[in-house]
Design a protein around this ligand. Structure first.
Ligand code: ZN
Length: 381
């Protein structure tokens, strides 16, 4: 009885202690990563982009910029894979110089594994090297729609094709050299075609092991050049158990890869409809993670606040892995600039317009505490 009473008192004191902590939370530390992810500018946009980094992004606290380059670079190693209006090395150097001056770390991206087509059009890699296609029997339709009988979202390359890595790693190395990058983003989101039964190399293999094998191969390649790998996190979440579904999480049995890949991969945990509390899952598993958001300002603000709370509550080992947040932009650069400028109009556009820029504005207000502090806490190694 006495023991029970003592226990009750201890419990009451503990609840009081928690309540007082809740009433006066410890001062929030700045996020080590305050990022934006956007398409690479076209050559004609480079100067404006460089000025924008300083005048708008750095001014709002951004210190990390994921630049979705893909094939929009004048690759020397594989000129056959250059896109229509590729950036030259000198133009990329201009961006790097502007980023350095503004305190913004640039991370170039090429989508590897998935996203090798878009609707009716194959991506550059499969245009030039159709033998890398995981599903050559799936014809891209003249008029794309989802859902479709092939469950075609985007094509993938076959991760076990003996020739694919020699080509894609040459691009990765060349792009990272041009960007003087310490980190590279390989995409790897929404990989629906993987380990297909009809693929002579992958058929019958475990999809989690295939996915993990490809992540590990890319990570090892980068690591041998003192670079780190960033990827989107959706294939590492179980879409059924979590209720998150088949886009922001996996229905194709890849989620067990979370226990198979190296821990020094940085996870970009994207959720746009709801602030799923998944960053803590990745951090507790040993990964550094950034929460990524898009076009719902309320959801984005919630993700920022949730991350702050997780950082306050977690043990130091976990807190240091909860790196921060990244605003994603899925339009072109021009589209985002138009949205951003429209917010300066009086009156501003109606709430259903300029939603991505509005989200970024809101999120950068939420992380303002970070903006004011010049923390040198662990940027990507
Ligand atoms: Zn295959």
């Amino acid at each position: 009885m006495k023991a029970r009473k003592l226990w009750s008192w201890s419990l009451a004191l503990w609840v009081l202690a928690c309540a007082s902590v809740g009433a006066a939370p410890a001062a929030a530390e700045p996020f080590p990563v305050r990022g934006l992810c956007i398409a690479a500018p076209a050559p004609r946009q480079v100067e404006r982009f460089a000025a924008w980094m300083t005048n708008e992004l750095a001014a709002r606290g951004v210190n990390t910029l994921i630049v979705r380059v893909d094939f929009n670079y004048a690759y020397e190693s594989h000129p056959e894979l250059r896109g229509g209006a590729p950036l030259s090395r000198a133009e990329v150097q201009r961006l790097v110089q502007a980023g350095r001056a503004a305190g913004i770390h640039l991370i170039p991206q090429i989508n590897l594994l998935g996203h090798q087509s878009w609707q009716s059009t194959p991506g550059k890699l499969l245009q030039v090297y159709p033998e890398f296609d995981e599903t050559p029997w799936v014809t891209l339709p003249a008029k794309y729609q989802w859902p479709n009988p092939d469950r075609l979202y985007c094509k993938s390359y076959c991760p076990l094709h003996p020739g694919v890595h020699k080509v894609v790693f040459a691009l990765v190395d060349e792009l990272c050299d041009a960007f003087e990058a310490r980190a590279f983003h390989a995409g790897m989101d929404e990989v629906f075609y993987l380990g297909e039964d009809r693929c002579p190399r992958c058929g019958g293999k475990d999809k989690a092991e295939l996915f993990a094998g490809e992540v590990t191969r890319i990570q090892q390649h980068l690591k041998s050049r003192q670079r780190e790998l960033w990827i989107w996190g959706d294939r590492l979440l179980d879409g059924r158990t979590t209720g998150i579904g088949e886009w922001e999480a996996s229905f194709n049995d890849t989620h067990r890869a979370i226990d198979l890949i190296p821990k020094d991969v940085v996870i970009c945990d994207w959720h746009y409809e709801r602030a799923h509390p998944t960053p803590i899952y990745f951090a507790l598993k040993g990964f550094r993670v950034v929460a990524c958001l898009w076009n719902r300002a309320e959801v984005g603000a919630q993700q920022v606040r949730d991350l702050m709370l997780m950082r306050e509550r977690a043990a130091p080992a976990v807190r240091q892995r909860l790196l921060g947040v990244v605003q994603t932009v899925w339009s072109g650069v021009d589209g985002f600039w138009r949205e951003w400028e429209s917010l300066k109009n009086d009156p501003p556009p109606p709430p259903d317009q300029a939603r991505v820029a509005r989200c970024f504005l809101r999120v950068s207000e939420e992380w303002k505490v970070a903006e004011k502090s010049q923390s040198d806490e662990a940027l990507p190694r």
